[in-house]
Design a protein around this ligand. Structure first.
Ligand SMILES: [Zn+2]
Length: 159
């Protein structure tokens, strides 16, 4: 992804300023990394991870990611867990009669994206989403602990 698309770089640099960094000088490392990157990887080709909920139309080969398709993945994931992306065919995930927004076909069928989310994106967004939903407040544990741990950078988490 082009990090300048939709002002992501500027927004990221602004958000970095609103984080309590431990140790404080960590802000220099992350700021320099975000300032100098031409792009940011969102996907990986791994056999494990969280699926990227993009479908591809068999009729026109176009990517499909609409509020309706995302909603279908979301609802099924809430009921059955994130492995449902790998366990079900596209026809079992998308609503009956779902039509491709690119070519209009409802009969050609769809395939699913096989890449998974990059761990940086996955660990930041899914952890935050779950903890915020459960605690309802980022300033109280466990969210406050997570924020403190992740603000020290990648090394303290994965190594
Ligand atoms: Zn299509």
């Amino acid at each position: 992804m082009n990090i300048d698309h939709d002002a992501h770089r500027d927004r990221a640099l602004e958000a970095i300023q609103n984080v309590d960094w431990f140790p404080g000088e960590s802000i220099n490392r992350i700021s320099a990394m975000v300032s100098g990157r031409p792009d940011w990887c969102l996907s990986r080709q791994r056999a494990w991870g969280v699926g990227i909920p993009v479908f591809y139309c068999r009729g026109c080969d176009g990517p499909v990611m609409t509020p309706e398709s995302i909603g279908a993945v979301y609802d099924l994931t809430l009921r059955e867990g994130s492995d449902v992306w790998f366990e079900r065919d596209a026809s079992e995930i998308l609503p009956p009669g779902f039509a491709c927004p690119n070519c209009g076909s409802a009969d050609a069928g769809f395939t699913k994206e096989t890449d998974v989310l990059d761990v940086w994106f996955d660990s930041g967004s899914t952890c935050r989403a779950v903890l915020e939903q459960r605690s309802g407040n980022c300033a109280t544990p466990p969210m406050s602990i997570w924020k403190a741990r992740t603000s020290t950078g990648d090394g303290s988490i994965r190594h």
